[in-house]
Design a protein around this ligand. Structure first.
Ligand code: SF4
Ligand code: SF4
Ligand code: SF4
Length: 323
């Protein structure tokens, strides 16, 4: 029996999702037994024209990580959608925009100005910017066009499944590959189209072993400003922990080692906007009798957008700032 066809691609990505796939360790041998890799630029020298030559639906499973930041990302999203039977938005950037989505607080030009003319380590007195087209004796060179707005994969093409996490946890990746492989072999069923996979139907707090008592707080502080109790809920100690507004699935990795959850698994089932959910949670636990005191406590929240929408600004109800 011929092997199934596997692809993995990084768009606006840090590469961490690619490494995460290798964290399934010995299970990667099963992937090799079941799949031929037909496109995986991070692992082998494939060209876009290889993919363009495939029939539509030739690829059985494509794990697409990274956001849609530029015209090249968009082209590959469209191409891989057409060539793949199952397209998975893999990781927080593909599912929610991820950390690159925080760039939606600025325009593309503002980002270029900062990077090419205002960064102290850049020496660019003539204010030279990269050109999208440049002619050299050998021909014309081109660079992708950078869009003003970072998009998720779903905001660009039809997506079959969503797998959050920055990056997704290895045990979840392994579990999802088992389900997909079994379905391709006719030994199981795929989840319903549009499902979020590799998560559990509860919140990160449900997986967290820290002791929850009475969530009433009189101010916020950062983890490095004090020595947090090792057993107690971090939120109850005044550290903003996104656990109540984040889907379970990672095993509460961060809180188990003393760091607050940042929300990389996205909102739990039924929650439309992760940041709004967290704001609503905080509103219910601030321990203050009058509006002035509430405002004072709220003002101690460090970096509100980066805190509440660290991974999900591009897919939130806000989407982006007006510029
Ligand atoms: S989800 Fe996280 S690990 Fe994956 S590409 Fe985005 S930033 Fe990197
Ligand atoms: S708020 Fe954070 S520390 Fe507290 S129980 Fe939830 S995940 Fe754990
Ligand atoms: S604890 Fe939160 S930030 Fe950390 S891996 Fe889990 S979902 Fe992501």
């Amino acid at each position: 029996m011929s092997k199934f066809k596997f692809a993995m691609y990084w768009a606006g990505s840090c590469g961490g999702c690619e490494i995460a796939l290798l964290e399934i360790q010995a299970k990667i041998i099963e992937v090799d037994q079941n799949y031929d890799v037909v496109f995986w630029p991070a692992a082998a020298d494939f060209k876009y024209k290889d993919v363009e030559g495939y029939d539509d639906g030739y690829i059985d499973v494509c794990l697409f990580n990274g956001c849609i930041r530029n015209s090249e990302n968009e082209h590959l999203a469209n191409l891989l959608r057409a060539k793949s039977k199952v397209l998975v938005a893999f990781g927080a950037c593909a599912t929610m925009g991820g950390i690159p989505g925080l760039a939606n607080l600025s325009s593309a030009q503002e980002i270029k100005d900062l990077v090419y003319t205002q960064t102290p380590s850049v020496d660019n007195p003539d204010k030279v910017y990269p050109q999208e087209r440049f002619t050299v004796p050998e021909g014309e060179l081109d660079l992708p066009h950078m869009y003003d707005t970072v998009k998720t994969l779903e905001q660009t093409v039809d997506v079959d499944y969503f797998m959050p996490g920055c990056p997704p946890e290895a045990h979840q990746i392994a579990g999802v590959l088992d389900v997909v492989t079994a379905a391709l072999k006719g030994e199981g069923e795929l989840p319903p189209k549009g499902a979020t996979i590799g998560v559990a139907p509860k919140s990160c707090c449900d997986e967290c072993e820290r002791v929850k008592d009475e969530k009433k707080i009189a101010g916020f502080r950062r983890i490095w400003e004090f020595f947090p109790d090792r057993e107690k809920c971090l939120l109850e100690q005044g550290v903003i922990c996104m656990g109540p507004a984040t889907a379970a699935g990672c095993g509460a990795r961060c809180t188990s080692v003393g760091m607050a959850c940042r929300g990389c698994y996205g909102p739990p089932e039924g929650v439309v906007d992760q940041g709004a959910k967290m704001l609503s949670t905080l509103a219910s636990i601030i321990d203050a009798p009058d509006p002035d005191e509430i405002a004072r406590i709220a003002a101690t929240v460090p970096d509100p957008v980066g805190t509440f929408y660290r991974f999900g600004l591009a897919s939130s109800l806000l989407r982006r700032a007006r510029v």
